[in-house]
Design a protein around this ligand. Structure first.
Ligand code: PBE
Length: 268
């Protein structure tokens, strides 16, 4: 990871939204004169959080439910305060929410959902033969498939692992019936997918926010200032639009991020 001359290193996960958020903070920091690098698409949650704790990066965008269910899996974290406390013990600070939530959901094409006559996750109990493809991280998280299957009493055993982008293609090609999606994904609206209602409230909230190293923040106050400036500024529909701009190739992640900063803060 780049070090020479760089004061702040940002990381992002391997999906469009994470990269856009990383670019946003990178541009904002550059604008305040900080030498900054954004290491894009490092991988999944584990890799990013480990890199943060190891000091390989100074900050990355995360989601509250992911902190509870993946990073602190097995630890009983009662509330927001104890989550912040646990993170602080690892030298990690938590910013306020960016203003939107991005939850997991199960999706089918609208046509297939109508054919099968289903609208809720619990309806899957009637359909043990359904062809399901799920992203690798979802297959293996405590807020993912095995726990969801238990919570809803589902029977499907033939579930395959797939990359997030590929899942959409296979779904639209009719090769599979059901995938997991992220609720701010552009493809949901673009392909008119149908999301099953989480009728047993299995999923927690996934408010998007920045995690950062407390020592980096002490060394570079501009890091926290920029992160705080972004808090509460991105609505769910704004994030969907940014994701869509990139997915539809109307803009790169950098262009989408800088367009947002221009509109919101007048930064050019
Ligand atoms: N999410 C929903 C996950 C992936 C899907 C954005 C909260 C995460 O990155 O933790």
């Amino acid at each position: 990871l780049p070090r020479a001359g760089v004061r702040v290193r940002l990381g992002s996960k391997k999906f469009t939204e994470s990269v856009i958020l990383g670019e946003m903070l990178r541009i904002l920091l550059e604008h305040s004169g900080v030498k900054v690098a954004h290491v894009r698409e490092i991988g999944g949650t584990r890799l990013l959080f480990d890199a943060l704790v190891a000091g390989e990066i100074d900050a990355y965008p995360e989601y509250t439910g992911t902190i509870l269910k993946e990073i602190f899996v097995g630890k009983a974290v009662a509330d927001d305060r104890s989550m912040r406390e646990l993170l602080r013990k690892q030298g990690v600070g938590v910013a306020e929410s960016l203003g939107f939530s991005n939850t997991y959901a199960l999706a089918l094409t609208r046509r297939r959902a109508a054919e099968l006559g289903i609208s809720r996750v619990s309806d899957l109990r009637r359909l043990p033969e359904l062809r399901i493809a799920l992203t690798h991280e979802f297959l293996d998280r405590s807020d993912g498939w095995p726990a969801l299957k238990r919570a809803y009493d589902l029977q499907q055993d033939q579930v395959v692992g797939v990359d997030h982008d590929l899942a959409y293609r296979q779904l639209l090609a009719g090769e599979i019936d059901l995938i997991d999606v992220y609720s701010t994904d552009a493809m949901i609206r673009r392909s008119d997918l149908f999301l099953l209602a989480d009728d047993r409230s299995f999923f927690p909230r996934y408010d998007a926010l920045w995690l950062y190293r407390l020592d980096s923040a002490a060394r570079d106050p501009q890091l926290v200032a920029a992160i705080e400036r972004l808090a509460g500024t991105i609505s769910e529909s704004a994030m969907q639009k940014l994701n869509d701009d990139v997915e539809a190739r109307r803009a790169t992640e950098e262009q989408a991020a800088s367009e947002f900063l221009a509109t919101r803060f007048g930064i050019r």
